[in-house]
Design a protein around this ligand. Structure first.
Ligand SMILES: Cc1cc2nc3c(=O)[nH]c(=O)nc-3n(C[C@H](O)[C@H](O)[C@H](O)COP(=O)(O)O)c2cc1C
Length: 174
């Protein structure tokens, strides 16, 4: 499958099947994230793989945005490790950590899609509830949850999936 085809295939899955995800597939997803570029190669990402029954119960209780996915990656970054640009007058104290974690997450999403898995990038919750449920991430910056699993048989893309702006609205040639 070429990359454009893969990009068309990906959509936000909000209904997962109970089928367990093979450990090798999770390993490949994490490897795709490991290979992603980060500012000055700082690799500040810290990823927590939520897959034990106990941890899944905690995350499902903390937010409905997991849609009962059998695996949830909690993607954070360490602001002590991330790239800072202190010479930037427009963004004083620019921190590349969130961008880095987002690039890593996007790479993991696409690898998961290539492996026949569905994903949902979730950020619509009060992050304090996640910090309260997971003391393991204290001191880190939470960027998103990446829900992963096999899509349920009747999973469908939402209407929003097909709403993409024309390139003329988002791209300017200079
Ligand atoms: C930064 C970010 C945050 C998102 N947060 C949520 C969320 O909290 N809940 C949700 O259901 N979808 C969330 N999404 C998914 C988007 O709504 C979805 O990607 C967009 O509507 C396009 O649909 P598609 O992914 O099916 O193509 C998020 C996506 C991104 C990139």
């Amino acid at each position: 499958m070429d990359f454009i085809e893969l990009s068309r295939k990906r959509y936000s899955v909000r209904k997962f099947s109970a089928r367990p995800v093979e450990a090798e597939k999770i390993a490949s997803v994490l490897e795709a994230g490991r290979l992603a570029p980060t500012a000055k190669n700082s690799q500040p990402q810290k990823i927590f793989v939520i897959k034990s029954r106990e941890a899944l119960e905690r995350i499902h209780k903390a937010t409905p945005m997991t849609y009962n996915a059998p695996v949830v990656l909690m993607v954070c970054y360490d602001s002590k490790a991330s790239y800072k640009n202190n010479a930037d007058r427009h963004f004083p104290g620019y921190d590349g950590g969130e961008t880095d974690a987002a690039i890593v997450t996007a790479a993991m999403m696409m690898e998961a899609t290539d492996l026949g898995l569905g994903t949902l990038w979730a950020r619509g919750y009060d992050s304090q509830t996640i910090y309260d449920a997971f003391p393991e991430i204290s001191g880190l910056e939470l960027v998103c949850l990446l829900d992963i699993g096999y899509p349920a048989e009747d999973s469908e893309p939402s209407e929003r999936h097909s709403l993409r702006k024309e390139l003329s609205e988002t791209v300017s040639e200079l």
